[in-house]
Design a protein around this ligand. Structure first.
Ligand code: ASP
Length: 400
């Protein structure tokens, strides 16, 4: 479907209103002009930092500068176990980080994958964009490049992350990322592998794990999270898409990737077009969640292309989630082991946060952070009603 510029702007304005947004328009001499206010959308773990991103935009700043100021927050936060310092490590206990960014006004991109010992890989991705003729550097040589241009070497494995890794090594490392994944016909859901009397086994197993966690010195308030993390490697990550008052856009995504991954595994986060994509003429999108699935649908690029062809941000995201489900022929058993959230911002300021499932933790729906003059968290719109990877993993109706 081809859409004229006039049609696009009209559709954009209508869908902004449909989404309850305040896209500001002024009409002069028959032309629709957007009087833009800056907008930032990010994963929920960016909530504490989008004020400073907005501050940069209010001062007329560059959209990538603003986005990086947001995602650096969780990178620097040792208590965020999905990004930067304190991120959960690979199966060998090494924290490997991935990141990418796109700068709309210059339509440039930078990315790094499998970096160790450097905390702010989002800034390193920008450095690849600014100081090389390449888009992506990976592994030891990406780390070496970072150290050479002045990034500090740091041990990223905090005491808390190391102890969670030890818990996984000792209690569950036989369930690693080797062997068939959920998209392989040989894969079976854990319940199918152990149909035995789980109702009796799980409470006892969880109790033993609590004891082991305590022996390993995991703080009481982290034990539940640690135990869940060893069964269901968590998704986290942060993405931020930005629109400034001049209409300039940018996007950035940064992560420690999936916990306990096979060394060298790179997910969607540093892949331009999967974990992040920005097109100055259309919009910007990014992802957190099951990276392998997102790579297969080129999520962020698909969303931006959908918007280019006239879909509003929510439709563009939902269509992409449906492609993930379609790849599994809508097999809900397998899809429960997958989760995905997209953060979408169109050039006119219309936005949406969409997810495959309502949430990851029962009672805690997925949210995203948004700042368009006021900072808030909003729930995502989910394709499937319910929670991925139920916890504890017991058949429905079983008392815990
Ligand atoms: N998408 C990230 C990856 O697959 C993980 C995440 O979002 O937590 O590496």
């Amino acid at each position: 479907m081809s859409v004229s510029r006039r049609q696009f702007i009209t559709t954009a304005a209508l869908s902004s209103l449909a989404l309850g947004l305040e896209a500001q328009e002024s009409k002069s001499s028959g032309q629709v002009k957007m009087a833009r206010k800056p907008v930032l959308i990010s994963a929920a773990n960016g909530y504490n930092y989008i004020d400073r991103g907005y501050g940069i935009l209010s001062g007329g700043g560059d959209p990538l500068e603003a986005g990086l100021s947001v995602v650096r927050g969780p990178e620097d936060d040792a208590n965020d176990h999905s990004v930067g310092l304190g991120g959960l490590p690979n199966e060998e206990g090494v924290v490997e980080l991935d990141s990418c960014c796109m700068h709309g006004p210059s339509q440039r991109a930078g990315a790094v994958g499998g970096v160790h010992d450097i905390k702010n890989v989002s800034l390193l991705a920008r450095a690849v964009m600014e100081h090389t003729g390449h888009v992506m550097l990976v592994g030891d040589n990406a780390t070496k490049f970072g150290l050479e241009i002045g990034f500090a070497r740091e041990n990223l494995l905090t005491d808390a992350s190391r102890k969670m890794w030890l818990l996984w090594k000792e209690a569950n490392s036989d369930r690693d990322w080797w062997g068939p994944g959920p998209d392989d016909p040989r894969w079976h859901a854990p319940q199918e592998e152990a149909p035995a009397p789980q109702s009796e086994l799980w409470p006892r197993r969880l109790q033993k794990l609590e004891q082991l966690a305590s022996r390993l010195g995991i703080a009481p308030e982290l034990r539940q999270e640690a135990i869940r993390n060893i069964f269901y490697p968590p998704t986290g990550t942060i993405h931020c898409s930005v629109l400034n008052a001049k209409g300039e856009m940018a996007g950035t995504t940064t992560t420690s990737g999936l916990a306990w991954k096979v060394p060298g595994r790179v997910g969607d986060s540093p892949i331009i077009g999967a974990g992040c994509y920005t097109d100055q003429e259309v919009g910007s999108a990014g992802a957190t969640g099951s990276g392998e699935e997102n790579i297969k649908v080129c999520g962020a690029k698909t969303i931006v292309e959908n918007m280019r062809h006239g879909m509003n941000p929510r439709e563009a995201g939902m269509d992409t989630l449906r492609r993930i489900a379609h790849n599994y022929r809508n097999d809900m058993t397998r899809l429960r082991y997958i989760d995905m959230t997209y953060y979408i911002l169109r050039k006119d300021g219309a936005y949406a946060g969409v997810s495959l499932w309502t949430g990851y933790n029962p009672g805690k729906p997925h949210q995203f952070a948004i700042h368009d003059g006021s900072r808030r968290l909003e729930p995502t719109v989910a394709l499937f009603d319910g929670y991925s990877r139920e916890w504890p993993p017991m058949p429905k109706g079983t008392a815990y």
